[in-house]
Design a protein around this ligand. Sequence first.
Ligand code: SAM
Length: 202
Amino acid sequence: MLLNAFEKRLVTGCLRRIVQRRLDATRLLKLGGPVDGGTVLEIGCGRGFGVEAALDIFGAKQVHAFDDDREMVGLAQRELTKRGLMGGAFAPRIWHGSVHQIQAPSGEYDAVFDYQVLHHVTDWRGALEEIARVMKPGATLYLVESLRAFVEHPLWGRWMNHPTEDRFTDIMLLEELNRQGFTVQAQRGWGKQLLWLVASRN
Ligand SMILES: C[S@@+](CC[C@H](N)C(=O)[O-])C[C@H]1O[C@@H](n2cnc3c(N)ncnc32)[C@H](O)[C@@H]1O
């Protein structure tokens, strides 16, 4: 589901870059360690701050990323060009596409990053299956998500546009990851609202 104007402003603003690098990426790095040289995928890349973090915080060699919103794809390409990251043999590849049908062969990636995308997806279980498909055995999933209590919160929940049916709690997400053959390595929550998690694909 595409973002409303308020959330789009939030995730494309400079503050989002600071939060994503200093809080989300730093915490995921502590939980799961670096990627060190692999090819990684970011789903729902927004303005591209996660692509930059995959390269300079996690040490990925190459990053592929996509977003369902064409405007986001354009913003990410501009942002990464501005930061001098779009040149050379290992330049990031950014495309328009959906997590329901990832344009990549099975077993392609050493790691996948999900920064706040799955809770926007109606069939989040199907999305996880598709993510698992493109990961190598042993690859790492780095995930930051808003949980049901956040999406349904009477204050901040109503400012944003999310699917309302079948939103996941931390337990539901952990159970589904387990069912789909992931092993959770480490996690950290902010109450029942937000979850940072690292898991490996068996
Ligand atoms: C909350 S924003 C997060 C953006 C970025 N990952 C960040 O952390 O700043 C969610 C992003 O997921 C994208 N998105 C929503 N549904 C999607 C889908 N089915 N496939 C791919 N991207 C999707 C939206 O367009 C948006 O850019």
